[in-house]
Design a protein around this ligand. Sequence first.
Ligand code: SF4
Length: 359
Amino acid sequence: MEVSYNALLTRATQTHRLEKHEIIRLLNARGEEERSLFAAADAVRADWVGDAVHLRGLIEFSNYCRNDCLYCGLRRSKQQLQRYRMEPGEILSVAKAGAKLGYRTIVLQSGDDWWYTSTKLAQLVEKIKRLDVAVTLSIGERTRAEYRDLRLAGADRYLLKQETSDPALYARLHPGQSYHHRRQCLEWLAELGYQVGSGTMVGLPGQTVETLADDLLFLQTQGVDMAGIGPFIPHPQTPLSCCPPGNTGQTLRTIAVARLLLPWAHLPATTALAALDKNGHRKGLAAGANVIMPDLTPQPYHGAYDIYPGKGAPLPADYHQAIRDLVRQAGRVVATTPGHSLKPVKSKDNRGEGTLDDL
Ligand code: SF4
């Protein structure tokens, strides 16, 4: 006997377990059912991670990349791009400015750029950690030894988005890259004690609602501490330029179901969502998100981190205050803690702030 939509939603908020066909049903919700989904996700968010919104200051320190992902405006084949690398001292200065602005986490992000050796980056991480901030790295695939060295230098977290859990779709979108190696990297990061973030892109060409359901189950199976879920936005200078973009509704529904399945997770209202929809941050926060990643990258670099259209748009003079105002207008508060993992753990470790309750 098919359970009612409301009964399904109630069970999801209580057990955080869903079968694939149930996830698909939620992802297909519209109208009143969609509103109920967002309300349920918002309630789970309030129960598990509270009203605080963590602002993570993002420094995009290099737009060089050795990879050629079909959707990305930084892909190595793209000629029409002024490439840059910030010097470590310059990155540190920006991190200091971010800490002064009150950011409790600094996110260091780049393309897969091995010009920055793990030795160089470890020295930088050590210096940034002295600012009393958490450090998140988002620098792509490295060797296990490099991940280890960066963790030993003090890096707390690592973002490595899988983008899709479908191996065939992954292979089409990521020429020359290995789906299994990326999963291997995620496993290494977890073994090394990082708080691990992964994520998915909504609306990729060839993706179906079934794929999205698998993506969400993948994130749950991995037990990620963070999950970035943002829309695909076609870049005009990539092979996917003619493909339609992802849409706000499907992205929000995916965030909401992620909140039901991963109640502890830090989920950003992504910059890509805000680029697609001017109210994207606010809508994301209302659908289960609890993180925003304001951009600290200075000009001229900011404009050249052209990963999707709109990403490098000039920021208003009151940008950082405006984000804080947005959080308050959403009825939430800006977090004052670094916002470490809240994932329940079965054995004691010193990584998270979470409870020890099992799911
Ligand atoms: S998505 Fe990341 S790895 Fe792929 S081309 Fe862009 S910057 Fe490089």
